[in-house]
Write a protein that binds this ligand. Structure first.
Ligand code: ADP
Length: 144
């Protein structure tokens, strides 16, 4: 077991559907601790960095537009093995393929943009989490 911090984003679909609190409750029920939380509008620049691994995909402009539909809520979430455990709680990228009981299975879009409108981003490795926490939180915005 290792104590980690993951960067979570509540995407604009989560904000529009009013399920941020419901999803956050699932994280708290797991015993994870909130170390930082903020609402922010994402610029083209921060999205180009955050999604550099999909920047050359044909769907990237749609993803950028989606992520700018409203401000998002960023969370620095701490816990034992939190990075893998949150990814498990989320389920796969495609909400349609996500099982009932997972966050994407329960709250993601089931039609249309099911691969895109999937409620939350969560860091997928310790290295990614370190980069992403720095990207979304300034010095002093994450608390011990
Ligand atoms: P994940 O967020 O599950 O780690 P990726 O890093 O592969 O997934 O993709 C980043 C985000 O881009 C996804 O969460 C989703 O919103 C969007 N996305 C991924 N694949 C597709 C696709 N084929 N069509 C539309 N949007 C996609």
């Amino acid at each position: 077991m290792s104590l980690e911090t993951s960067l979570i984003l509540f995407k604009p679909d989560a904000v529009a559907k009013n399920v941020v609190g419901t999803v956050l409750s699932r994280f708290e029920a797991e015993g994870f601790r909130i170390r930082g939380i903020k609402m922010l509008a994402l610029s083209d620049e921060i999205l180009a960095e955050h999604y550099s691994h999909i920047a050359d995909k044909p769907f990237f402009p749609s993803v950028r537009g989606f992520m700018q539909e409203s401000p998002v809520i960023a969370l620095a979430l701490e816990g034992e093995n939190v990075i893998a455990r949150v990814r498990d709680l989320l389920g796969p990228t495609d909400s349609k393929a996500a099982a009932a009981g997972t966050i994407r299975g329960d709250f993601g879009d089931k039609e249309g943009d099911a691969k895109m409108r999937n409620v939350c981003h969560a860091s997928d490795s310790v290295e990614a989490a370190a980069d992403e926490l720095k990207r979304f939180f300034k010095e002093g915005e994450i608390f011990a």
